[in-house]
Write a protein that binds this ligand. Sequence first.
Ligand code: 13P
Ligand code: SF4
Length: 302
Amino acid sequence: MMDMMNRIKQLKEEKNAVILAHYYVDADVQAAADFIGDSFYLAKKAAETDADKIVFAGVEFMGESAKILNPTKHVYMPDAHADCPMAHMVTIEKIKEMREKYDDLAVVCYINSTAEIKTYSDVCVTSSNAVKIVNKLPNKNIFFIPDQNLGSYVATQVEGKNIILNNGFCPRHHIMTKEDVLNAKKKHPDALVAVHPECKPEVLEEADYIGSTSGIIDYIVGNDAKEFIVGTVDGVYATILNQAPDKKLYNVVRTQVCPNMKLNSLEKIINVLETGENEVFLDEEFMNKAKAPLERMLELAK
Ligand code: 13P
Ligand code: SF4
């Protein structure tokens, strides 16, 4: 492994490349990254970097967003098949139908969506800024796509808005139930519950804390309590335990893995740096259209 780390370091210098990694990838991949974070942090880093090449250890929508925000850079995905199923869970027809129905509609697009869906949207959000951004929009009617769970969480946090939900979901988070949380609480009665807003409302109701991956990490690391039931993908455990090795972390369900994020590996990072394979290419006109909602997010999240 040390050999691979050294090779990555050498290639990064040679190619003037930067590695961005989401908290959900494996710990060894996180360790090779220049920046590790949640979706919002990584989108900002992608927009700001002056490196020539960005290797994005995440899933497709993250690589696409990096390319759209910084189009002169070369962006590479370690695995061309690392995609997020939720990114495809809304149709253009549905968006058009809603626009016809409501005059003042704002289409608010969770960043976990394809570049094409972004071109039909007014503003992007991530789980860490969705409430803030929806609150700032002048529109009463909001079509929140694709995630029904983040959308319904936002609806509980804003006033005077009509949040119209779409039926998308993250398979990893949507599978957790209230009963699973109650069972975990029975096994670990002293543990606090921290969950991601991609979980169902019935799960959020049982939580002591609801937030993005970096929100969950900060909550646990900064908390005096020692035990936590964690309702998100277990990639976050590596960062938490690096910063606070004495914490005890428990799953809500037996397996909390995102198989798409898991496709990233050190070998594949070396391969794309050496060969230039799996570069993200998008049509220029298409990128210009998808850039507007992403830039509006960066502006409104300030
Ligand atoms: P955040 O990075 O905003 O916490 O979202 C988690 C996620 O599912 C990314 O795919
Ligand atoms: Fe998509 Fe869920 Fe994986 Fe995040 S955890 S990338 S939302 S499938």
